[in-house]
Design a protein around this ligand. Structure first.
Ligand code: ADP
Length: 589
């Protein structure tokens, strides 16, 4: 409590007031006492002089001492004082309150000595005979200059002291009252003065605890005083207003940055000069499978455990230049383009690391390269054999009509296969670019299967295969373009026949599922290797180039596009050497 400024201001004032009151009290009581004593002294001196005048005729050797005693007692009664009459040699001649004969010589009493010297004297001291403090005033009796004796009047000081004590009591009460009032007044004034300071202190404490709602205007309801505290409050209010505005602006900037960082698909990290991660965005967390909390403040090397990224950061730091590299990193060994750029003045010593996932791009690039190499490979064989055939014909085979006939037939076959490929490529590109409008209509799945099977029945028979249809007549109709879906079935059946050795079996059919029909084409042929299975629906992909010699590798790609154009799905299950199962779905009406 006493640490507060309120008390620190109030207490010295209160002490000052108490000390001054005590000083004044002490001075006043002394002063009053002195006045009382002076008055009393003068009064007693006057009375002693008056009584002395009357005693003059008695001061000779003939006078009966008893008579002087009686006179002393009478004067004592009249003056309400103790009266002592002392001879020049100090012998007590008359005494009002004591037995004169038992009293010692008074010549050494201070008041008597003073009276002998100056005509009068006084002394205040404790009286053994009265048992109290007394004031003694003695005057010399010296008519016409001849010293005859001394008249001494004395009164107890009890009354004077009682008066002084009563004054002291009044002063004490007044001191207490004034002190109390001044304490209250000091507290009230200091409390009022301190109120804005207290509010300021509280607001500053709230801000320092991070509670920014403390940044409200102080003493907003009443006008601030014009004193120093008022100026301080005003300055504080201005400061908080500015700070609030700046914090709001910063927060808005920060939320914008956060929003951008969190929706970015590229991973972003900021690493300080010690290599500790200062910032990491959502994409980077997902890329590397790290938690935000474990990333911040941890070293880049520990976190990513990737020496190339770490070295890139080091190079960038050392050269103070942006550096880039491509690495295989991250949770799923993605193909990442990693850029390390020093942040310069914005964040001295820190480096921005940017990770762009190029996996998809790279895959597309691979597919494109595969496509080009595949198409050139596919074209090279027929073109080479065409060239060989024409050269053979030119070199004289024309002279041999049966041989020429055979060569021409082969040329026709090659040209057919080339035109088939071109046709399929055209078809595929048309389907892929969405230029094949689907003529949807309610179609019986079994009819589709039937028609496709009929188209390939002869081929199956020639290959020595049993072609089974497995289609319940209760199936619901599907909403499809029948010609296109039949094409899918034909492609699948064609493959099944092609990849099943003689004596095998091909089953084609459909089952109804929830909201869709699932078609299937199953064979017990050569099957597809597990690593080829995910890729067979790509253009030109041939699982085993030697065995699938005749195909273009486009059939399944066309089938996939057609099924997907109908909103369905196509997939294959296979075990090498035991056959393949192809499935696709089509929506019910
Ligand atoms: P292709 O015209 O070469 O048959 P597809 O796109 O139709 O091209 O098939 C791609 C590859 O998938 C084939 O080369 C083959 O290796 C494999 N494949 C497709 N169907 C089957 C099947 N029923 N059995 C075994 N392999 C198959």
């Amino acid at each position: 409590m006493f640490h507060s400024i309120r008390w620190r201001i109030a207490i010295p004032y209160v002490i000052l007031i108490i000390l001054s009151m005590l000083g004044i009290g002490w001075y006043l009581s002394n002063f009053t006492r002195q006045i009382y004593l002076n008055d009393l002294e003068n009064e007693l001196a006057a009375e002693a002089r008056l009584a002395g005048e009357f005693i003059i005729p008695l001061l000779n050797e003939q006078t009966d001492p008893q008579e002087i005693d009686t006179l002393a007692r009478r004067w004592a009664e009249t003056l309400a004082a103790r009266i002592t009459i002392v001879a020049v040699d100090g012998t007590v001649l008359g005494e009002s309150h004591d037995d004169r004969s038992t009293m010692d010589n008074h010549s050494r009493r201070p008041e008597i000595i003073a009276a002998a010297e100056n005509g009068w004297g006084s002394s205040t001291r404790y009286s053994q005979s009265v048992g109290d403090f007394m004031m003694y005033v003695a005057v010399a009796i010296q008519p016409e200059g001849e010293l005859l004796g001394f008249m001494r009047a004395a009164v107890p000081l009890a009354e004077v002291q009682e008066n002084v004590r009563s004054l002291q009591r009044s002063l004490a009460v007044a001191t207490l009252g004034v002190t109390l009032v001044s304490v209250l007044l000091a507290l009230w004034i200091s409390g009022r003065t301190m109120q804005p300071l207290r509010e300021l202190t509280q607001a500053v404490a709230e801000i320092s605890e991070g509670r920014l709602d403390g940044m409200r205007a102080i003493a907003g309801s009443r006008p601030p005083p014009r004193d120093e505290i008022g100026q301080l409050t005003h300055a504080f209010n201005q400061m908080t207003a500015q700070l609030s505005a700046q914090i709001a602006a910063l927060q808005s900037e920060r939320s914008k940055t956060n929003a951008v960082l969190s929706v970015m698909t590229d991973g972003v990290m900021i690493v300080d000069r010690e290599g500790l991660v200062q910032l990491v965005n959502k994409a980077a967390e997902t890329m590397f499978g790290i938690e935000h909390s474990e990333a911040i403040g941890h070293s880049l090397a520990q976190l990513l455990r990737h020496h190339q990224v770490f070295e890139l950061w080091q190079y960038s730091q050392a050269s103070n230049q942006p550096q880039a590299t491509t690495v295989e990193a991250g949770l799923h060994k993605q193909y990442l383009q990693c850029i390390a750029a020093p942040l310069g003045q914005a964040m001295p010593g820190s480096t921005l690391l940017l990770f762009q996932d190029l996996t998809q791009l790279r895959r597309l690039e691979t597919v494109r390269q595969d496509f080009i190499s595949n198409i050139s490979h596919e074209l090279r064989t027929p073109l080479a054999s065409l060239k060989a055939l024409t050269e053979t014909l030119q070199d004289g085979a024309l002279e041999d009509p049966p041989a020429a006939q055979r060569f021409l037939q082969q040329i026709e076959t090659e040209v057919d296969s080339l035109s088939l490929m071109v046709q399929e490529l055209l078809e595929l590109s048309r389907i892929e670019s969405g230029r094949v409008p689907l003529k949807l209509k309610a179609t019986n799945p079994c009819e589709l299967i039937q028609q496709a099977a009929e188209r390939l029945a002869l081929q199956a028979e020639r290959a020595g295969l049993a072609l089974q249809i497995d289609c319940p007549s209760t199936l619901s109709s599907v909403l499809v373009d029948p010609a296109r879906l039949e094409q899918v079935l034909v492609n699948l059946l064609h493959n099944a026949i092609k990849f099943t050795p003689s004596g095998g079996e091909v089953r084609v059919g459909a089952v109804e599922e929830e909201a869709q029909i699932r078609f299937f084409v199953k064979d017990n042929g050569v099957g597809i290797a597990a690593n080829d299975l995910p890729r067979i629906f790509e253009r030109f992909y041939k699982a085993d180039r030697a065995r699938s010699g005749g195909g273009t590798g486009l059939g399944l790609a066309i089938a996939r596009h057609l099924v997907e154009a109908h909103g369905g799905k196509i997939w294959a299950e296979s075990e090498e050497g035991r056959g393949s199962h192809f499935y696709f779905t089509a929506p019910l009406i």
